[in-house]
Design a protein around this ligand. Structure first.
Ligand code: KIV
Ligand code: NA
Length: 276
């Protein structure tokens, strides 16, 4: 398993970091078997596996429930767990208590928090001091979707680009171990990647980031109808799973399933007599 100092070294050596989300035991197990460097238990689980329209309804308990399942499936992989919406903005005490709970109960190796507000910067500092590595997340920060005015590319003009660079330097200075950059122009992601010593992990942020992260269900097209422009899908499970279930239904309806090979048998003579 890689650790935070190793992914720092990967950046220095120009070795790309691969990261994928996982939300349960089978997805975590397969990601680990495939050799992924890091797994993110993203609060995107709210949309991808719980069917919410945003990440805003996801709770600390949801993150723990899914984080534990992922840890059981990928015990030898570096696991980052998201702190969900409003679990870290009410007060520092409450943020630290939620962070402790998620970190301890899921066996995560790092927590991820969005943004670079003064609250967030202070929390990154406190968690890092306490020994909890923090992955920062800038650009499109889905927990603020209603403030940002939708899921759109961030940092396209001079002012917001400068702000993002300032924020990146601030999260690094406060101790963040890595930085997720979501949906920003590739030119800005490259500049930020060159400006910070910590690894940047991009999603919709071009090829210059030190690593890439994508949502599991997007890569393998499982249950998602539309994937964003920045996603590359490698397989279409939607189509294959639908055909498999249709075939099963047909077999059940036509009596073709279960066949002899799927059934158990016993000696006729041991069958009880019908009473009465
Ligand atoms: O929740 C998530 O999946 C994420 C990634 C998009 C970075 O935060
Ligand atoms: Na997230």
């Amino acid at each position: 398993m890689i650790n935070t100092s190793q992914f720092q070294q990967m950046k220095e050596k120009g070795e790309k970091i691969s990261m994928v989300t996982a939300y349960d035991y089978p997805s975590a197990k397969l990601a680990q078997q495939a050799g992924i460097d890091m797994i993110l238990v993203g609060d995107s689980l709210g949309m991808v596996v719980l069917g919410y329209s945003s990440t805003i309804k996801v709770t600390v308990d949801d993150m723990i429930h899914h984080g534990k399942a992922v840890a059981r499936g990928a015990g030898d992989t570096f696991i980052v767990v998201d702190m969900p919406f409003m679990s870290y903005h009410v007060s520092l005490e409450e943020s630290l208590s939620n962070a402790r709970k998620i970190y301890q109960e899921t066996d995560a190796h790092a927590l991820k928090i969005e943004g670079a507000s003064s609250d967030t910067i202070l929390l990154i500092e406190k968690l890092t001091e306490a020994g909890i590595p923090v992955v920062a997340h800038l650009g499109l920060t889905p927990q603020s979707v209603n403030v940002l005015g939708g899921y759109r590319v961030q940092g396209k003009d001079k002012q917001t680009a400068e702000q993002l660079l300032t924020d990146a330097l601030a999260v690094e200075a406060s101790g963040a171990a890595a930085l997720v950059l979501e949906c920003i122009p590739k030119e800005l992601a490259e500049l930020i990647t060159r400006s910070v010593r910590i690894p940047t992990i991009g999603i919709g942020a071009g090829a210059s980031c030190d690593g890439q992260v994508l949502v599991y269900h997007d890569i393998v097209k499982y249950g998602v109808d539309r994937v964003p422009k920045f996603v590359k899908s490698y397989k279409d499970n939607n189509a294959e799973i639908k055909v498999a279930i249709e075939s099963y239904i047909n077999d059940v309806k036509s009596g073709q399933f279960p066949g002899e090979g799927h059934s158990f048998s016993m000696k006729r003579e041991f069958l009880p007599d019908i009473q009465g």
